[in-house]
Design a protein around this ligand. Structure first.
Ligand code: SAM
Length: 218
């Protein structure tokens, strides 16, 4: 699949350098991030800054994460085209699109109905057909579709969300930023074993909080 986009090779190189600086080297992740036109996910006023390694506002006090963090979290998921992934926090749909181009199927949950609506329009525009999306509280996971081989949470949780941990298959990987308050959070890689969980701290970040038990019509 190839996408029409206006971004120049130079601008794309900025993205590739950001990924390299963050230590993201997995070819499928780098190639996919080069293909996805980030400007499509960015409000018009910030479009000229689409390829800078910065977070950008997407409305409702939510943000599109910086490319280096998207790359790092995607790489840490150890994906391939056989994987079924759950994403909590669709936001603009940028991370979802990258997952969808690498994996077999992506289930994604967003608590803001209007953000999800806009994200779904972008999936259509990019002819991405392997995403199933719903408005809801992602901390509850998606029981009817569980278990998931991979789970990515794109908002910061106080702790590993227990229902998501239940819905992860044995051998599965969850990537989740942990920690609340004004300080940095830590991206955690959680691997589910037969007899418990193995966790590894990946890097400090700043994420918007995961807000449980509340869905908004806006
Ligand atoms: N990955 C997104 C992207 O590429 O644009 C950015 C995600 S943004 C940092 C975090 C998202 O998580 C927000 O859109 C927010 O509304 C959503 N969110 C927060 N708590 C949630 C919950 N309990 N269930 C579902 N979505 C939630």
């Amino acid at each position: 699949m190839s996408f029409d986009s206006n971004h120049s090779e130079n601008i794309k190189m900025e993205l590739v350098f950001s990924l390299r600086r963050a230590g993201v080297t997995e070819p499928s992740v780098v190639a996919t991030m080069e293909r996805v036109p980030r400007e499509l996910f960015v409000p018009e006023v910030f479009r000229s800054r689409s390829y800078e390694d910065i977070t950008l506002p997407i409305g409702h006090h939510q943000t599109l994460s910086q490319p280096a963090i998207v790359g790092l979290m995607t790489e840490a998921l150890e994906l391939n085209d056989r994987k079924k992934v759950l994403e909590v926090g669709t936001g603009s749909g940028y991370q979802t699109s990258i997952l969808a181009l690498i994996c077999r199927r992506v289930y994604t949950i967003e608590r803001h109905a209007s953000l999800l609506q806009e994200a779904e329009k972008r999936f259509d525009k990019l002819r991405i057909r392997n995403v199933t999306a719903k408005v809801g509280d992602g901390t509850l996971g998606w029981e009817a579709q569980a278990p998931f081989e991979r789970i990515i949470v794109t908002a910061a949780a106080a702790d590993i969300p227990p229902i998501l941990a239940d819905q992860l298959s044995i051998g599965g990987i969850m990537i989740v930023p942990i920690g609340l308050g004004d300080n940095f959070q830590t991206i955690l890689k959680v691997i589910k074993k037969e007899n418990g969980f193995k966790t590894k701290e990946l890097r400090d970040v700043r994420f918007v909080p995961l807000i449980p038990e509340e869905v908004t019509g806006t």
